[in-house]
Design a protein around this ligand. Structure first.
Ligand code: ACO
Length: 429
């Protein structure tokens, strides 16, 4: 049993229980701190705050370890695919053959969309950002499945199998359809005989008069990218999903909020920012050295580098970095941005600024290079992340929804505004 922590405030001592996770992570339980001491904790950015107990994903940022439901990410990347991993993340176990079949059938049956959703997508201006469209469309999706989103968690959980499959299947279709509508292309409906990733590529790149048949390497690369994004414990978007879910909100409303949180350049938006950065470096004729100097002087930020939790290599970056070479080689392509990225990485890993701050490449550093190689347009990189992350958001929604004593997420604050003052009439101001 871990010993209690002792907190001394002025001349009084308080015992705070220490709790330990299954991987030995230790936390000081502050749940009764305010009631017992009148104090709250202050942890802007939540870097030291455990907001929940969770069984989905384990990360050891110091050691560069990532596991979904106990399975190392390296093993899943090598042996699994996105659909199987999505099932694992959402349901807690790898599927048996019949569970996999049932899940695939659900995904297939839910691949197409109600006409109303097409009309909704059509109304957005063609240059709308795909993340804005996807967030709106995922929330609107609930309107077409009222029995799956009653905002009564007990009832919503009874339909979890269907709701989770609808969300995973539709996020891909909504993404592909909004791309085609933004380009003024004819809509291409999903096919029943294609796998999840094949169907996505088909809806993106086929035409009514021509079937796009992707190289197997492209399908594998897409599976890998999505699988590596499937969950990442309490990051900004997942915490947002849990925050929204904690009010009792349904699955579609909660994941829609997650998509909005993911959009920012410090989170999922970094994968687009990395390519922008590499293109700028390329256009300036720099090999990255000048950019590194600018980052050290605070004049630039090396996008795709650094992570709140990883103080070592992000294991996903290692896997994607290796895959970049093999995917480009198999597709017979060269990408000058990959050379710049490699040079930036090598230079940063030797530079004391990055070494001292433990800044390593994160998942976004190389993922854009693979997405470019498989033909995904730059402004869609972050929605690809959202497709991949959907299982993790769903699993976290479920944890909140199924915790009988779950409390609404409601942090406190330290107020630093004006103290009490009296109202002044307009003519006296
Ligand atoms: N380039 C240059 N310096 C950096 C970078 C970077 N990418 N990241 C952190 N630093 C520096 C900070 O300036 C700070 O330096 P200081 O101590 O001299 O002030 C120090 O490293 C610590 O950085 P913080 O910003 O405090 O780290 P935090 O944990 O708050 O932020 C974050 C993490 C947001 C990921 C940050 O590293 C960053 O902005 N990286 C670039 C954006 C990015 O790649 N985001 C994707 C993250 S992964 C994901 O969401 C999928």
């Amino acid at each position: 049993m871990p010993s209690d922590a002792i907190l001394r405030i002025e001349d009084k001592e308080y015992k705070l229980p220490v709790i330990v996770g299954t991987e030995g992570e230790r936390a000081i339980d502050c749940r009764n701190l305010r009631a017992n001491t009148g104090h709250i904790t202050f942890d802007e950015g939540y870097g030291n705050t455990g907001s929940c107990e969770s069984q989905v994903t384990f990360i050891d940022g110091e050691a560069g370890i990532l596991r979904y439901r106990g399975y190392p990410i390296e093993q899943l990347a090598e042996k699994s695919d996105f659909v199987e991993t999505a099932y694992l993340v959402m349901h807690g176990e790898l599927p048996t053959p019949s569970q996999r079949q049932r899940f695939s059938a659900y995904l297939r049956e839910n691949a197409d969309m109600h006409r109303g959703l097409y009309r909704l997508l059509e109304e957005f201006p063609p240059d709308s950002h795909p993340m804005a469209v996807l967030s709106a469309a995922m929330n609107a999706l609930g309107c077409y499945y009222p029995h799956l989103c009653t905002n009564n968690h007990e009832r919503d959980l009874q339909n979890y199998e269907e709701a989770s499959a609808v969300a995973v299947s539709k996020v891909r279709t909504l993404t592909a359809m909004s791309y085609r509508l933004s380009k003024g292309l004819a809509l291409v409906h999903p096919k029943r005989n294609l796998t999840y990733c094949e169907n996505f590529l088909h809806m993106m790149f086929s035409e009514p008069y021509y079937d796009f048949i992707p190289e197997p390497e492209v399908v594998r690369a897409l599976n890998l990218i999505l699988l590596l994004h499937a969950d990442h414990e309490q990051n900004c978007s997942t915490s947002t999903v849990r925050m929204v879910a904690s009010s009792g909100a349904n699955l579609f409303a909660s994941v829609s909020a997650g998509i909005s949180a993911l959009w920012g350049p410090l989170h999922g938006g970094a994968n687009m920012a990395v390519i922008d950065m590499l293109e700028q470096i390329h256009a300036a004729g720099d090999d990255g050295s000048r950019f590194i100097e600018a980052a050290k002087n605070g004049k630039a930020r090396l996008m795709g580098f650094g992570h709140r939790v990883y103080k070592n290599y992000d294991p996903r970056a290692k896997i994607i970095g290796r895959a970049c070479d093999s995917v480009l080689a198999k597709l017979g392509r060269k990408d000058p941005l990959l050379d710049i990225a490699r040079h930036l990485e090598q230079a940063a890993l030797k530079d004391s600024y990055f070494v001292e701050r433990k800044l390593y490449p994160n998942v976004d550093f190389y993922s854009g290079i693979i997405m470019r190689a498989i033909g995904i347009p730059l402004n869609m990189f972050t929605v690809m992340f959202a497709i991949g992350r959907m299982p993790g958001w769903i699993a976290n929604w479920r944890e909140i929804a199924s915790t009988s004593k779950a409390r609404i997420y409601r942090p406190r604050q330290i107020y630093t505004g004006a103290v009490k003052r009296d109202y002044i009439a307009t003519n006296q101001r």
